[in-house]
Design a protein around this ligand. Structure first.
Ligand code: SF4
Length: 173
């Protein structure tokens, strides 16, 4: 019986390692960092009321908080839900957009941004690769703007349930 438990334990460990590697590879293929769990002193966070706007990118956004680290504003995005194992791609892109907007509007490039979930906080590096990934995504979105028909890109019924275009959308779930 002990040997059986031992074999099962080894199998579970190998399975966990495989899934961890698989998840990490998929994220790397998408150019997205996994993020690093950090402890953050929230007393240093300043509520941000000012939207950031860049006319060249035609992009606007308002980080929930900014924290000054050595004279550089670091964006903080607060999510009310519990943290996934690694931040959702949509949350990472949103944070990257804030980093880029800060760089463009202040001339100071944040080396990272922060996503704060209700139970965990992640630091996400804003690398050159991340910026390129974001710019590619924006270009793709701009190209889609010109199309009259754009297919739904997800199977998330909850997302459709909260969508402002729901009543007019023929592809709603
Ligand atoms: S309702 Fe339509 S536009 Fe809104 S999220 Fe769903 S598919 Fe997208």
């Amino acid at each position: 019986m002990t040997i059986l438990f031992l074999i099962l334990a080894v199998f579970l460990i190998l399975l966990a390692l495989f899934l961890l590697r698989k998840g990490s590879r998929q994220r790397q293929a998408a150019g997205l960092p996994a993020g690093q769990v950090v402890y953050e002193d929230t007393s240093q966070w300043c509520k941000n009321e000012t939207p950031l706007y860049d006319s060249m990118l035609r992009l606007t956004g308002k980080p929930d908080y900014l924290v000054n680290v050595g004279g550089i504003p670091i964006p903080v995005e607060v999510k009310s839900g519990r943290a996934p194992a690694t931040p959702y791609p949509g949350h990472i892109y949103q944070l990257a957009a804030y980093c880029l907007l800060i760089a463009r509007t202040t001339g100071k490039r944040p080396p990272y941004g922060i996503i704060h979930y209700s139970n965990r906080t992640f630091s996400i590096d804003f690398t050159d690769a991340m910026e390129e990934e974001l710019l590619n995504l924006l270009a793709e979105m701009r190209a889609c703007e010109k199309r009259t028909n754009v297919d739904r890109s997800h199977k998330d019924a909850a997302r459709c349930a909260h969508c402002g275009y729901r009543s007019a959308c023929e592809q709603r779930l």
